[in-house]
Design a binder for this molecule. Structure first.
Ligand SMILES: C[S@@+](CC[C@H](N)C(=O)[O-])C[C@H]1O[C@@H](n2cnc3c(N)ncnc32)[C@H](O)[C@@H]1O
Length: 230
């Protein structure tokens, strides 16, 4: 009998098929703005040396590695992604950088971690890959696995604030046939976080008329685990 764990799968849009293209493409498509985006995310994380951090939908691990670099003594910096090929690239990058960051194949809607474990859960350009039901599951799972008082930091597509950004966002939704973008473009992320039990939800910054950075908190009294989805 084999004891090999079967990797979880998602109906979300994982990027396994284009993992090899992700880093070079992001650099080109962002016209050199990726650095600014990552730096902003890092600032808003307000990391402390003892923070346990989970990066959900970590892709090739660029942000996870920056986090591990910023708090070198911390072993619990973990990136998860549904795409095994993304995780393979992230692990290679970690080995080259001699980073302590850990990478695992995993899905946001069923996080394989104990209740009340992390100080911070971050997700960057991830929620627009999953439909509304999975977003609800993800936010509930983020709530369950965060410590009371723990923070959720989300950087993602939000309601556009310029005509150009609106055109780009809605064109993207239809050209890429990606209905999962709609909750984001309609500005519904804060309501979804709130219905999962998060409080103090703030839009901290907004970039390029299309991307917002949110911070939400699990209340100090929020001990009990949310029931898992599905
Ligand atoms: C646009 S990429 C963002 C990657 C990275 N966070 C970044 O900032 O560069 C979105 C990632 O979400 C992953 N993904 C999609 N559905 C997922 C799910 N249900 N659980 C975990 N990861 C998922 C995809 O495989 C992809 O790597």
């Amino acid at each position: 009998m084999s004891l090999t764990k079967v990797p979880p799968t998602t109906r979300g849009r994982d990027l396994n098929h284009v993992a090899w293209l992700y880093d070079p493409l992001i650099e080109k498509l962002s016209f050199g703005r990726e650095q600014r985006f990552r730096a902003k995310t890092m600032t808003l994380l307000e990391l402390k040396p003892t923070d346990r951090v989970l990066d959900v939908g970590c892709g090739t691990g660029t942000l996870t590695l920056m986090i591990a670099d910023a708090i070198p003594g911390q072993k619990e910096i973990i990136g998860i992604d549904a795409a095994p090929k993304m995780i393979a690239i992230a692990r290679k990058k970690a080995a080259i950088a001699e980073s302590a960051a850990q990478f695992r194949v995993g899905i946001a809607e069923k996080l394989d971690f104990a209740d009340n474990f992390f100080d911070i859960t971050v997700n960057s350009m991830f929620t627009h890959h999953i439909d509304r039901e999975l977003k609800q599951c993800f936010f509930r799972e983020a709530w369950r696995t965060l410590k009371p008082g723990g923070r959720l930091i989300t950087a993602d597509i939000d309601r556009p604030t310029t005509l150009l950004a609106g055109a780009a966002g809605w064109l993207g939704r239809y050209l890429l046939l990606q209905p999962e973008l709609e909750d984001n473009l309609r500005g519904q992320l804060p309501a979804l976080m709130s219905s999962a039990g998060f409080v103090d939800i703030q839009r901290l910054a907004h970039l390029h008329g299309l991307i917002s950075f949110f911070r939400a908190r699990k209340p100090l009294g929020g001990q009990a685990g949310n029931a898992p989805c599905g």
